[in-house]
Design a protein around this ligand. Structure first.
Ligand code: 4AZ
Length: 460
């Protein structure tokens, strides 16, 4: 697949060509013109003349030196360097000489306990610290709220099913011990588990969480970046006053995640002006009779949203009627708790946003593009966003620009695949221009809002 030309948002950005600074000669000319003007009209003796000429020369040299230092300062500190594609290729995640960033190679995982649900027998398995084995969980003192906590920890919105399974039914595979719940404190899964040699009840937990982040088996597409129906089944188009305004992602049959900047201000009270279209790739199909769109019941935007800094740029939309899941309409999973993706992780964006940085044209067909995560350290360096990236944001894209989200993609998904499920890692939020070198797309970091999302969905 070629990225050039068929990317989500594109190319030929004039900022890619570095602008020459005014030459020192021109600066010197200007300076000496200034010096000449200063001395015009002064008459004196030849001695005084010589003295004055000497003074003029000293001043001119001083001014020139000052100008040279000024130009150097401008280049080094004030003007962000831009790189042409020949110096930094697409996908480059290496250090650039101006940025002075050293990436942390080993990113330490803050988690002490790891959870998984065995795909073979649905048993809940836990890994404590760095122990090499995954252990099943005893059934005693288990309940559904613990099940919900575990599912959420794993990025699934809710618990679907849970039961105790007889140890005698699961075969001889589990000989390394068991995990027993030790705490009554049910809002936090930390430090709740203890190692045991056996389970008193002779039963262990089998679990099923809300299904998300999968797509139907699709014919494979090579060489194109126009998405096909069902490839991003969580992607929705949010229409405001009959116009595509933003993207969004389905997380349950009734809830859509989008950006706060899409819905705040004058648009917020106009609930009836919003329509959500799901299961489409062409916007023109939204007008067809079979896609009547979904009416909106509620819009909740994060109350800490700051429209100046773009911090906390996240909102939830509740539909009046639930979506019917199918091959083309499906929810995306959320990130796991405490998950932090390292720079270079390949993720994808999709949307109906502008396809030219200066353009006003939104494509009819949904576009998709791969974008690697850029570490916050690098994205916050002086050559990128110089400290503007808060812990609630993340960056994805390319040093060279050229592939990026743009206006109209806002609110839409940045998804990354993790062990066969797609997770909503980011929400398209902002960026300086579109596809500019050294200005990658900035996304709301969904992992920072898991508590808020669960809270809103439960209580509204
Ligand atoms: C916008 O205006 C917008 N290049 C969205 C994404 C980006 C820039 C602007 C990222 O909605």
């Amino acid at each position: 697949m070629s990225l050039d030309g068929d990317a989500l948002s594109v190319i030929e950005n004039p900022a890619a060509v570095s602008h020459p600074f005014p030459s020192e000669k021109a600066a010197g000319d200007a300076a000496s013109r200034g010096v000449q003007g200063w001395f015009k009209g002064i008459h004196s003796t030849s001695h005084a003349h010589r003295l004055l000429r000497l003074l003029a020369a000293v001043c001119a040299v001083g001014l020139l030196g000052g100008l040279a230092v000024g130009v150097w300062f401008l280049v080094k500190f004030l003007l962000r360097p831009s790189y042409s594609q020949s110096t930094v290729g697409l996908g480059d995640t290496k250090e650039t000489p101006f940025c002075n960033v050293t990436e942390d190679i080993s990113i330490s995982d803050p988690r002490k306990v790891f959870y998984r649900i065995s795909p073979e027998n649905s048993l809940l398995e836990i890994q404590l610290g760095k122990l090499p084995t995954w252990l099943p969980v005893c059934y005693e003192r288990w309940n559904s709220s613990l099940g919900t906590l575990v599912c959420r920890q794993l990025g699934y919105l809710r618990l679907t099913k849970h039961k105790g399974v007889n140890l005698t039914d699961i075969g001889p595979n589990y000989t390394n011990g068991f995990i027993q719940i030790t705490s009554e404190h049910k809002s936090n899964l930390e430090n709740m588990w203890q190692l045991r040699g056996s389970c008193i009840t002779g039963k262990v937990i089998a679990l099923q969480c809300f299904e998300c982040g999968t797509r139907a088996k699709l014919p494979r597409i090579i060489g194109g970046v126009e998405a096909t129906l069902g490839r991003w089944p969580w992607q929705v188009s949010l229409y405001y006053s009959n116009r595509h305004t933003c993207g969004g992602s389905i997380i349950t049959s009734q809830w859509i995640v989008t950006a706060a900047h899409c819905v705040h201000n004058y648009r917020l009270p106009q609930i009836s002006s919003w329509v959500v279209y799901a299961g489409i790739v062409t916007r023109s199909s939204a007008k067809m009779a079979q896609y009547t769109g979904y009416a909106v019941e509620k819009i909740i935007y994060n109350k800490n949203y700051n429209h100046r800094s773009h911090d906390n740029d996240i909102a939830l939309i509740k539909l009046q009627t639930p979506l019917n899941f199918s091959d083309t309409i499906r929810p995306v999973c959320l990130p796991q708790y405490d998950s932090d993706l390292p720079g270079g992780t390949q993720c994808w964006i999709s949307g109906w946003g502008y396809t030219q940085p200066e353009g006003v044209h939104s494509p009819d067909t949904l576009k998709e593009a791969p974008v690697p995560i850029i570490s916050t350290k690098r994205c916050n360096s002086s050559c990128m966003y110089n400290g503007e990236i808060t812990p609630r944001m993340l960056c994805a894209g390319y040093t060279a620009g050229k592939v990026d989200a743009c206006q109209g993609d806002s609110g839409g998904p940045l998804v990354c695949q993790d062990e066969n499920v797609w997770r909503l890692v980011g929400v398209v939020s902002w960026g300086t221009g579109c596809a500019e070198p050294n200005h990658p797309g900035v996304y709301t970091k969904v992992a920072e809002f898991l508590g808020w999302i669960y809270d809103m969905i439960e209580n509204y």
